[in-house]
Write a protein that binds this ligand. Structure first.
Ligand code: F6R
Length: 608
């Protein structure tokens, strides 16, 4: 959600800014712009729409200079039109600002600023920041930023440059992500590491509530009160090819195909000598884990679906009462949490605003938080007591795929770990589970080989207006996830439901035109789910069933069936979701939609 980039140095500044914005594009945006200081003045180029349009504009109207900032905007306050696009400038056109976040008290600040004569060019909440800085510029840019941040409520990360000092970028962050890099020749700031990946070897994760003054060979970090903050730079561990599509037409397809490799790496790393190891940052001792009497998993979207699978598996193997909450509900519902409750956050990006707020809510109540995250050094990583890195690698496609299966496999590993610790999982059981997990990468590979068959099914249904997805037990979450994948990238109305709930309402939707994706691999609820499919058939619905290879019963009543390999019930949510990811992908590409950047969505949802 909104991408920030800033650069000062010897390279061609517009190219560095555009390159960074392209790599930050996945975060989601609907307009973009840059500001460069050349010949002592701010030169701004901005467009509503895609980065290709900004690139074309810069080609038509070139800019040059030694310092600049750039931005991709995901509209919150005000339409995606040129006046609302960042960089935003002050009344005197001396400073240019790019912001990610939401300023909650902007209306009162704006009233005050307007009463003091400031002219607003946009209807954004962010514009108040540039005018507040402008008011204090006589103290110098850094102090003006310091006094400004104290007046803001909400969450923000921003970078600002001034025509009066072309050697530095001043940045600040409060509850929104920002990183920076520097060496003796150049320096850059970005929303995340992908913005600067090809340029620097080391990165600084800017601490929350701090201000950074960044220039060639210079990076001074202070907190909002002005005290120096020391931060050790870390090695940049991703490289350009990790965030490149390679020979795939879309990131989403690449990431679906990467799942066998991701699972293989996880299993190799996490199962050592016949035991589950969850990494060096677990942060919660075995003794503390033994005392846990309740787990509360809070997450959003796809990560929430992974949490639902986690609930079933943790309760089954560790016998710990486990609840799963949507973070935006959890954070405001004043949940009953006693001292033996372990709160878990599950998040690919590690920056989801509601999940982060849920984590903080738990910490205010002095509870330990264990998080599953993909992005290392993200806010959720840094603020948790312990973390388990899900090891999915960079996920660029907005629709989450490989992170989902990596989250589930880690929740499964956690359940086994807790179960062993508490004596509910015997050595023999553990061996059986490890055998099931070890087979998984090759089995996922087999499912991916069905891609062409799934595309044919997609061709038949790409014009459908509505879809229903049904599942039970562990695969209830698979049904929800399949429906979410389809609706977010194909814009088809898709409803995921627990199949047993169908007759309490949604069955009324079924007619001869309704494709119903039924997730029914062999499991403890197979017969129950079979009955639910029969009920749908009796109402002329069109079942497309995910079944275990060789299952003739469900295949016999389905219009299409997609076979997954025979597997342990607990890994079935991983195998069964792959066809649903591919189905959604193909339907969306057949409709010629922008699969990697679906409308209105952002990869990293940093506002609530
Ligand atoms: C859907 C999707 C979203 C995210 C949700 C949480 O494909 O990607 O539903 O799962 O925004 O994001 P994270 O996991 O980054 O907290």
């Amino acid at each position: 959600m909104c991408g920030i980039i800033g650069y000062v140095g010897t390279r061609d500044v517009p190219s560095v800014l555009l390159g960074g914005l392209w790599r930050l594009e996945y975060r989601g945006y609907d307009s973009s712009g840059i500001a460069v200081i050349g010949n002592g003045e701010l030169i701004i180029r901005k467009v509503p729409g895609k980065l290709s349009e900004l690139e074309a504009l810069i080609k038509r109207q070139p800019v040059s200079g030694g310092i600049g900032v750039g931005h991709t905007r995901w509209a919150t306050h005000g339409l995606p039109q040129e006046n609302n696009t960042h960089p935003l400038i002050d009344c005197n056109e001396e400073i240019a600002l790019v912001v990610n976040g939401i300023i909650e008290n902007y209306l009162s600040l704006k009233d005050d600023l307007e009463s003091r004569g400031h002219i607003f060019r946009s209807v954004t909440d962010s514009e108040v920041i540039v005018h507040l800085i402008e008011e204090d510029l006589d103290k110098g840019l850094v102090d003006a930023v310091r006094s400004t941040v104290k007046k803001l409520t909400g969450n923000f990360a921003f970078a600002v440059i001034s025509v009066n000092d072309r050697s530095k970028i001043v940045c600040a962050r409060h509850d929104a992500p920002l990183i920076c890099c520097y060496n003796s020749k150049e320096a850059a700031v970005a929303s995340d590491i992908s913005g600067v990946v090809s340029i620097f070897n080391d990165v600084i994760y800017i601490p929350n509530d701090s201000i950074v003054v960044l220039g060639k060979g210079k990076c001074n970090i202070t907190n909002f009160q002005g005290r120096e903050v020391r931060v050790t730079p870390r090695k940049v561990t991703i490289d350009v090819k990790d965030i490149d599509k390679g020979h795939f037409p879309h990131f989403m397809l690449k990431e679906i195909y990467e799942q066998p490799k991701v699972l293989h790496n996880i299993i190799n790393e996490r199962i050592v000598g016949g035991r589950v190891t969850l990494g060096s940052e677990l942060g919660i001792s075995d003794a503390e884990m033994k005392k846990v009497s309740r787990i509360l998993i809070q997450a959003c979207g796809t990560s929430w679906h992974a949490g639902l699978v986690g609930k079933y598996i943790i309760e089954k193997f560790a016998r710990i009462h486990t609840e799963v909450d949507i973070s935006s509900e959890f954070r405001y519902r004043d949940a009953v949490l006693d001292s033996d409750t372990l709160v878990m956050a599950v998040s690919q990006s590690g920056e989801t605003a509601d999940t982060l707020a849920g984590l903080r809510e738990a910490k205010v109540k002095f509870l330990k938080v264990l998080s599953l995250v993909n992005v290392i050094q993200s806010s959720i990583h840094r603020e948790s007591d312990g973390i388990i890195e899900i090891m999915a690698g960079p996920e660029i496609g907005v629709a989450s795929t490989k992170a989902y299966t990596a989250e589930i496999v880690h929740l499964y590993l956690l359940a086994l770990y807790l179960g062993s610790l508490r004596g509910f999982v015997s050595k023999v059981d553990l061996e059986e589970h490890i055998a099931a997990l070890t087979k998984l990468p090759a089995q996922v590979e087999q499912v991916i080989r069905l891609d062409d068959d799934i595309r044919e099914i997609a061709e038949e249904f790409s014009d459908a207006r509505d879809f229903l997805f049904l599942g039970r037990g562990l695969n209830y979450a698979t049904a929800l996830e399949g429906a979410l994948k389809l609706k977010e990238i194909s814009y088809i109305n898709a409803t995921g439901y627990a199949a047993g709930e169908m007759k309490h309402g949604p069955i009324a939707l079924i007619d001869h035109k309704m494709p119903i994706v039924c997730v029914n691999p062999r499991s403890s609820v197979y017969d129950k789910m079979f009955n639910n499919i029969q009920e749908a058939v009796a109402r002329k619905g069109i079942p497309i069933s995910v079944v275990t290879k060789g299952d003739r019963r469900t295949r016999g009543i389905s219009k299409h069936s997609i076979p997954i390999p025979e597997c342990h019930e607990c890994v079935s949510p991983i195998l069964a979701v792959i066809p649903l990811q591919l189905l959604a992908y193909h339907i969306a590409t057949l409709k010629e939609l922008d699969v990697d950047r679906p409308r209105n969505l952002a990869k990293s949802v940093t506002v609530e």
